[in-house]
Design a protein around this ligand. Structure first.
Ligand SMILES: [Mg+2]
Length: 227
């Protein structure tokens, strides 16, 4: 059946908490590639893409972020993430499993990813928690360092896959940061913000998402919005 609804999911702090594995992998990559001790609180990385973050960290240390160095940083990050994930206290956020399972049973709904993660990092984070198989495709940082490009990319992949245009009233972008809200809005989709990340309900409200939830534990309300 061709789906009527497209649900595009952010990963970190929307679906899962990676137990700090991502942060530790960035710090180790900075040591390996930049030869510097990284204080991540100096980098406003939340909601950004892995490619944006790699470049920002290299430039933070006053080093030249040429293509080669950026790729070396990304690869170091991914290798370290692979080492960190099995030892992390990663977990699935409340309500997520129930929501994913319910939507997976509805043939009229397609679930995909829309995330600042590189595809390899996304798989590492979700595979360990048994969530990777819920999603057939996604917009990942591999396609662009700019999060706002990734929503159009994910939508284009969906339209190609199902050979149809989606009604944008039926396209939902779910995430925990103002950047998720923005990247949903740039394609005219419905932005659903969840306050399970670093941003409070008040801060998220200022960015005017179409819907705002404390968390996905309010499964009833969430399912009503997208169903
Ligand atoms: Mg997030």
């Amino acid at each position: 059946m061709i789906p009527e609804t497209l649900v595009l999911w952010d990963i970190d702090r929307t679906l899962v908490w990676n137990g700090g594995a991502g942060e530790r992998a960035l710090v180790t990559a900075a040591e390996e590639i930049c030869n510097e001790k990284l204080d991540l609180s100096k980098i406003p990385y939340s909601g950004r893409t892995d490619r944006w973050i790699a470049k920002a960290i290299i430039e933070f240390f006053g080093q030249e972020a040429d293509q080669e160095k950026q790729i070396a940083f990304q690869n170091s990050y991914l290798d370290n993430l692979e080492k960190e994930m099995p030892n992390s206290n990663a977990y699935i956020l409340g309500g997520v499993k129930e929501v994913l399972d319910t939507l997976a049973q509805d043939e009229k709904i397609c679930q995909a990813l829309l995330t600042g993660n590189l595809v390899r990092g996304a798989k590492l984070k979700l595979d360990q928690l048994g969530l990777w198989s819920y999603f057939d495709f996604g917009g990942f940082a591999d396609a662009s360092p700019n999060r706002n490009d990734l929503s159009a990319h994910a939508l284009a992949l969906a339209e190609e896959r199902f050979n149809k245009k989606f009604d944008l009233e039926r396209v939902f972008v779910i995430g925990d940061t103002p950047y998720d809200i923005e990247c949903g809005k740039v394609i005219g989709a419905q932005a659903i913000a969840v306050a399970t990340g670093c941003h409070s309900m008040e801060v998220l409200a200022e960015h005017k998402p179409h819907f705002l939830l404390e968390s996905l534990q309010d499964t009833k309300r969430f399912l009503k919005i997208v169903s």
